[in-house]
Structures are given as structure tokens and as C-alpha cells.
Design a protein around this ligand. Sequence first.
Ligand code: NAG
Ligand code: NAG
Ligand code: NAG
Ligand code: NAG
Ligand code: NAG
Ligand code: NAG
Ligand code: NAG
Ligand code: NAG
Ligand code: NAG
Ligand code: NAG
Ligand code: NAG
Length: 846
Amino acid sequence: MASSVSISMAVAAWAACVLFCGTSWDIMSMAFAAAASESSSLQLEAKTLRESGWWSRNETSNSSGPCEWYGIACNAGGSVTGIRLAGVNLEAKPKLNFTSLPNLVRLELRGTRLRGSIPAEIGTLSKLTHLDLSYNNLVGEFPLPLTNLTRLVELDISLNEISGFIPKRIENLKNLVKLDLGENNFIGPIPWTLCLLTNLTHLDVSSNPLNGSLPEEIGNLKNLVQLRLSGNNLMGPIPSSLWLLSNLTYLDMSSNQINDFIVGSGVEKLKNLVFLDLRDNMLIGPIPSNIGSLTRLRYLNLRNNKIHGSIPPEIGNMKDLSYLSLEGNRLHSQIPSTIGDLTNLRTLFLDENQITGSIPTEIGNLKKLTHLIFNANNLSGSIPTQLTSCSFLEDLLLSNNSLSGSIPYQIDDLYLLQTIDLRHNYISGKIPLELGSLAFLTLLDLSYNNLTGNIPLSFASVQNINLSYNFLGGQIPDSFRNRSANILVGNKDLCGHDFIGFLPCLSSVPAHNNSSTANKKSVLTKIEVLVPISMSLAFFVLGVFLLFRLIRVKKKGSNSRDDPKNGNMFSIWNYDGHIAYEDIIKATNDFDIRYCIGTGGYGSVYKAELPNSRVVALKKLHHWEAENQAFEESFKNEVKVLTEIRHRHIIKLHGFCLHKQCMFLVYEYMERGSLFCILNNDVEAVELNWSKRVNIIKGISHALSYLHHECIPPIVHRDISSSNVLLNSKLEAFVSDFGTAKLLDPDSSNRTLAVGTYGYVAPDIRLPPPNHRLERDVLLVAKMAFACLRPEPKSRPTMKWVSQGFLSQKKPTAKPLHTVSLWQLRNQDMHDIGESQIQSGNDACG
Ligand SMILES: *[C@@H]1O[C@H](CO)[C@@H](O)[C@H](O)[C@H]1NC(C)=O
Ligand SMILES: *[C@@H]1O[C@H](CO)[C@@H](O)[C@H](O)[C@H]1NC(C)=O
Ligand SMILES: *[C@@H]1O[C@H](CO)[C@@H](O)[C@H](O)[C@H]1NC(C)=O
Ligand SMILES: *[C@@H]1O[C@H](CO)[C@@H](O)[C@H](O)[C@H]1NC(C)=O
Ligand SMILES: *[C@@H]1O[C@H](CO)[C@@H](O)[C@H](O)[C@H]1NC(C)=O
Ligand SMILES: *[C@@H]1O[C@H](CO)[C@@H](O)[C@H](O)[C@H]1NC(C)=O
Ligand SMILES: *[C@@H]1O[C@H](CO)[C@@H](O)[C@H](O)[C@H]1NC(C)=O
Ligand SMILES: *[C@@H]1O[C@H](CO)[C@@H](O)[C@H](O)[C@H]1NC(C)=O
Ligand SMILES: *[C@@H]1O[C@H](CO)[C@@H](O)[C@H](O)[C@H]1NC(C)=O
Ligand SMILES: *[C@@H]1O[C@H](CO)[C@@H](O)[C@H](O)[C@H]1NC(C)=O
Ligand SMILES: *[C@@H]1O[C@H](CO)[C@@H](O)[C@H](O)[C@H]1NC(C)=O
């Protein structure tokens, strides 16, 4: 502690005095004075820190002194130089008196729930180089004393509610390299003096109500690499000096009121640009053809401007482009065929323009495309079959055009399709049966077209479907019985018994007699008879899907579309060294269907009893799946993740074989299958009593906390659902299926991609109410769940907090369960269910 430090200082000073006997008393007394003042300032630092209440009593009572406390850095002399408490909750804690910490160099308090205004005393910390107060609830104006911090290199006060003008005196912060004032309430113009900070590489003033035009002096900031000006009210033209910032890689001026021509602007001079976002402005004129010289661009967004003219063919030069949005402009004439040169394109928005002509066949070259959105244009011609080679396509939106021709039957090659919107066109012909085999399809809108023929039986699983206003006929499939009638209206030849708005069919002969696909259909009908009605619809569709793939694969012979890059056969067995490839083949009779115990989003699961009588589960990709990169990747992903982690509530991987000919994984066997199945089974669901359920939830939360907080880099599963929670014979839970899991870049917390299983709805079988002892556990679980469901991500707890909350003995006050409403649970403050260390962060539960 500080007193012992001061004693040792005094002793040292005295020892020096003895050594230098004969030196003048002046020097000795100076040494004493210095030592004494130093020790008293250290004492003051310790006292200040202790009184702040920012560190727990446990920590501050530790005799080792503040340099040992969490988040504190000291210099060799024991004086505090750094405080980093990012994510710790300092709300309702007393203030820290910064004046007493004169040696602070770094002060980082991101996401600590600080309230009130920025303490002006921070301005006295003349040695400060890094100040991060971002992601708090700070209000008031930018304190002028902060402009005295001339050594500052990084200043981040983003994500607060700071108001007032950006002070002109900010020019004093000459050494600033990064300045982030984004997401505050700064008003007025950007002061030109900001442009004197010539060392800046990163400048962010986005999402404020700043107005006025950009200062002409912006061109002085020659070192700028990232410039973020989005979400303000900046107006007028773009100063031409901006185009001189040749180091810029990232320029975001979206959502302002900039009215300028893009042609002749000079944007093409920013040769290093990777990201350019000018959406939601008032840009006019055509797209300049020399925009094609931005060859490093990966993201280009010009959405919602007033751009007219045609899309220049030179756009094809931007070979790295992965995102292109020209939506909501006044573009006309045709889509240039050079669009097919953008082979890295994943997202293409051209909707709400006046584009004419047909969809170029070169679109088929865009092998990485996931989103193709051409709604509301004047496109004509048919949907090119080449489109069906964009095998990663998820969304295909072509509504409100003048497209004709039929839907290509090869559309089932696009097995990742989730949305197909073709409404308001002139598409004719029959609805291809193959559409029904798209396992991930959730929206299919074919309304207002010229489609004829019957409704395929295979549509049962598509959640949202609309076939209205076509020329469809014949019997309505039974699977439409529970659906709204207005998805079929306007098809006057449809019929069916007990379908409101439709006449019963005259003949009882099923109206399905499409000759070209007759053989497929007879098989289909058999399957329909065989599959028990109680079986989940998803399984049914998957079955049809697999069947069709099989037929198609046979039809095509074995010539595969994908490049046959057979990996080297490699297999690693880390299970007692006792599993051999041959044993697996023997135990399953070469993956005979008899040993198959289930099918998932992809692949089938087999049970294998090995010679040493150990039972394992095998997940195997089907041949045609193994040819597909997406499935293969997710298989490899699973191996990568599972070989690196180990937790008692995460499924164990015993081995794997990754080769085109044998794609399988070996897991420990889970006797009771998935939580989903148990909850769906009336008998088993009752066996899963409250205590078991609570234990399952706790187990999963510990596993997720391990993944999010103990793994380096952190792992997010991204598809936690009851079907991916498996149970062993003791009904203990294990997280499985890491196919979509992601190793997080430690600095990236900004991704909000939705992946995984959509629309999960829990079946709700009732148990008798839990007994008194368990009531508290159930309440705790419900509260945690509500906390994790809060609309604002910032206010959700982390998985670590949830997991620790379950471990702590502190439980909610026991109230009879029937007196507690869900509303109460949701609104109850988190503080009464455990430690109040809710870290604000993006890695919230789930
Ligand atoms: C004090 O901190 C040191 C270093 O972190 C630690 O080893 C020691 O166990 C702590 N003592 C107490 C009483 O917490
Ligand atoms: C903060 O500390 C300084 C000395 O370090 C002292 O003069 C001042 O009164 C303190 N302020 C408060 C509010 O305690
Ligand atoms: C800017 O950066 C340069 C090079 O890193 C450095 O020498 C200089 O001191 C910095 N500050 C100012 C005000 O230029
Ligand atoms: C900019 O905003 C300020 C404060 O809201 C206002 O007083 C000023 O008139 C605005 N200037 C322009 C050009 O709109
Ligand atoms: C779209 O095409 C139709 C017919 O080809 C034409 O009448 C209409 O004016 C076009 N619309 C626009 C906005 O160009
Ligand atoms: C599509 O066309 C229909 C009918 O003309 C119209 O009601 C609808 O607003 C259009 N949608 C869009 C996005 O243009
Ligand atoms: C589509 O049907 C309409 C009648 O609703 C008809 O006028 C039109 O010619 C048909 N178009 C095509 C391309 O079949
Ligand atoms: C329709 O709904 C009823 C009750 O909601 C259900 O019993 C029946 O199985 C459903 N039929 C189909 C074909 O989904
Ligand atoms: C289906 O489309 C028609 C015509 O666009 C519309 O009136 C109807 O509401 C839609 N039905 C559903 C369920 O979306
Ligand atoms: C839950 O079931 C297990 C056996 O499956 C039993 O041992 C336990 O007592 C049950 N708990 C409650 C609260 O009923
Ligand atoms: C997300 O964060 C990472 C790392 O901080 C950064 O490289 C990436 O550009 C960010 N993405 C977006 C869309 O902001």
C-alpha cells in the first residue's frame, strides 16, 4: 500500500544521503522533499482511485496497490498512466477526480454507461494521448478545456449525446490521428479549422445534425484514409479539393443533401477507394464512364439519388466490386453486358429505375451473386437460364417489369434461394415442379403473371406463397387448405372441395397429369402416401428435394458442374486411436440407409456401433452436396471450430474425413436426439421436467459464454435453435452444428448478418407448474431470456453475465409463479437478479 511505498522512498533517500556523505544538506533535503512529494502524490492517486468506487472493494483492499487493479497501468515510478475499463458498468458510481492523476496517458472508458457531461478536468491531463469515452450516455457540449490536450493522438467520443457546435479551437489538437465525433448531436457546420489537423488519417463526424457545406479546406487532410460524413444535413456541392485526398480508401457521404453532378466531379481520382457510399443524396447527371478507373472498389452505393442516363459499360472494370447499388434513380436504357465481368459481385440492386431491354445472359458469370434485385424497371424478354448458374443466389427479385417467357426449370440449381418475387410480369407456362424442392424458400410471389397449369403438390413447406391473378387451373392441393384464400384468387380455373371462393372439382380424378414429368410425379405420389402425416413438413420437402436431385444427377450422368478440385484424402482420428475408416464403413454397411437416424439442413446422420462397442454418430454429406462449395465450406467450418474447442456442453468431435469421396464427421453419440424432437413428442416432453429444462438452459448458456468469452478468437454459433441442441441419455444438453459458426475478429463487433434457421417457433406443451424450489430457477431463466430479448442490443447482457448469473446463488425473490406476469418479468430491473456487471457490448446472448 501507499504508506509502505512512502516508507521505502524515505529509506532510499536516507540511504542515498548516507552514501553521499559530505554532499551539501541542500541536496539531501531536496532529495527528501522530492521523495516525500512523490510519495504523497502516489498516495493521492491511490486515494482518488479508491474513492471513485470504480473498483470492487475486494480489489481495493488488496495491499498490492492500484497498479495491480483491473484495467490500470503504471509507469516505473508507480504512478498511474493508463485506465482501461471498457465494458465495465460505472453507472451510479461516484465520479473519478481526474485532476489527481496527472500522469495519465491513456483513458479508455468505452461502453461504461457514464452519464452527465464530459468532465472538464480531463483537460488538465496534459500527457494524455488516447481518450476514448465512446458508447456512453454523455450529454452537454464539448468542453473547451479538452482542446488543451495537445498531445492527443486519438480522440473518440462517438455514440453519446454531445450537443452544441464542434469548437473551432479543435485545431489545437495538432497531433490527432484519429478523431471520432460520430453519432452525437453536434450542430452547425464542420469548422474549417478541423482541416488544420493534417495528421488525421481517420475522421468520423457521421450521424449528427451537422449542416452547411463541406469546408473547401478539406483537401488539406492529405493523410486521410477514412472519411465518414454520413447521416448529417450537409448540403451544396462537394468541394473539388476533396478529390485530392488520394490516400482515401473509405468515403461515406451517404444520407446528406449533397447536390452535385457526379460527372466531372473528379471522383475517379480517388484511385485507392475501396468503399464509396453516396446514397440518399441529390446527385444528378449520368454516372461518369471513368468511374471504371476505381479498380479497387469493393462497395459502391449510389442508391436514391437523381442520377439519369445509362449504366456505363466501363463499370465492368471494377473487378473487385462485391456490392453495387444503383437503386432508386432515373437510369434508363439497357444493362451493359459487361456486368458479367464483375465476377466478385455478391449484391446487385438496380431496382426502381427505368431500365429497359432484357437481362443480359452474362449475368450467369456472377458466380458469387447472392442478391439480385431488379424490381420496378421496364425489363422485357425472359429470365435467362444462365441465371441458374449463380448457385449462391438467395434473393431473386424481378417484380414489376415486363418479363415474359417461362420460369427456367433448372431453377432448383439455386438451392439456396430464399425469396423469389416475380409478381407483376407476363411470365407464362407452367410453374416448374422443381420450385418445390427449394428447401430454404420462404417467399414465393408469382402473382399477376400469365402462368398456366396446375399448382405443384410440392409447395407445402413454403411459408409465404402467392399465386393470385394467373391462369392456373385444376385441383387445389390440400396443403393450401389452411392458407388464406387471397393467395389463389384470380385463377378462375382452380377448384377444390371446401375451398372458400372456389367451386368443387367436377371430376375426382386428380388434375395432375403433366406428361413431361409424369415419372417423377408417380414417385412423388407414392412418397406422399408413405410419409406419415405427423412427420414434419420440412422433412417431407427435404425428401422430395433429395429425390429430385438424385433424378437430376442420374439424368446428367456424373458430369459435375463444379470444378473437380478433389482435395487430398486426409483423416484425423483423435478418439483413443481406435477408430479406423474401415470400421466405420463396416459398422454402417457403407452408410446404408438402415443406419440413418436423421437428416439435417444438409447431410444425413448415421449411428455406428464400433467393434469396441462404442457408439458414435456420423454426419455425412451426400455426393451432390459434397460437390457444393457452400456445404463443403460449412462442413470444414465445423471441423475447424470443433477441433479447437472443448466444453462439457459442446458436442465432441472424434474425427473426420474430408474428401470429395468421403465427407463425414464423427461425433459422440447423443442418445436422446435433439431438443426439438423431444419437445415435439408428448411423452418425452413431459419427461423433460422443469429441473431438466432449467439445467438444459444453464448448460447452453455456459457453453455460449465459453464460446463468446473464453475462446480466442471468440466464436459465435449463429444458429442456436432447439434442433441444434442435442441431449444425451441423462438429458444433459450439448450444443451442436457449428456449420455456420464464425470465428470473430476481435476488433469487429459490427456485423449483424442474419444467418441460420429463421422463424423458429417453440411448440408449447404444458407441464404442471414447477414446485416451489424450482419456481425461482424458472423465474431466473425467464428474466434472463427477457433481458436477452431487449430490443436495443446495447442493453442486452453478455452471455458471460448470463452464465455467471446462473452460477451465482442469488435468485429472484420467490413469489408464487402464478402471480408473476410476463410483463413484470420483462420490465424488472436486471439488478435484482445478480451482479450488476452488465457489459454493454455487441456480443449479446445467442
Ligand atoms: C492481491 O493481488 C495479487 C495480484 O493480483 C493477488 O496475487 C493476490 O491474491 C491478491 N490478494 C487478495 C487478498 O486479493
Ligand atoms: C480533485 O483533486 C484536486 C487535487 O488533486 C483537488 O484540488 C480538488 O478539490 C479535487 N476535486 C474534488 C471535486 O474533489
Ligand atoms: C504528425 O506526424 C508526423 C509524422 O508522424 C510527426 O513527425 C509530427 O510531429 C506529427 N504532428 C504534427 C503536428 O505534424
Ligand atoms: C444550421 O443549423 C443551425 C443550428 O441548428 C441553424 O441555426 C442554422 O441556420 C443552420 N444553417 C443552415 C445553413 O441551415
Ligand atoms: C416502360 O415501357 C413501356 C412499354 O414498353 C412504356 O410504355 C413506358 O413508357 C416505359 N416506362 C418508362 C418509365 O420508361
Ligand atoms: C408494381 O406494380 C403495381 C401495379 O402496377 C403497383 O401497384 C405497385 O405499386 C408497383 N410496385 C412498385 C414497387 O413499383
Ligand atoms: C398475358 O395475359 C394477358 C391477359 O391478362 C394478355 O393480354 C397478354 O397478352 C398475355 N401476355 C403474354 C406475354 O402472354
Ligand atoms: C389445418 O389446421 C388445423 C387446425 O388448425 C389442423 O388440425 C390441420 O392439420 C391443418 N391442416 C393442414 C393440411 O395443415
Ligand atoms: C397475394 O397477392 C394479391 C395481389 O397482389 C394480394 O391482393 C394479396 O393480398 C396477396 N396475398 C397475400 C397473403 O400476401
Ligand atoms: C425430474 O425427473 C427426474 C427423473 O427423470 C427426477 O429425478 C426429478 O426428481 C424430477 N424433478 C422434478 C422437479 O420433478
Ligand atoms: C467492421 O469492423 C471491421 C473491423 O473493425 C472493419 O474492418 C470493417 O470495415 C467494419 N465494417 C463495417 C461495415 O463497418
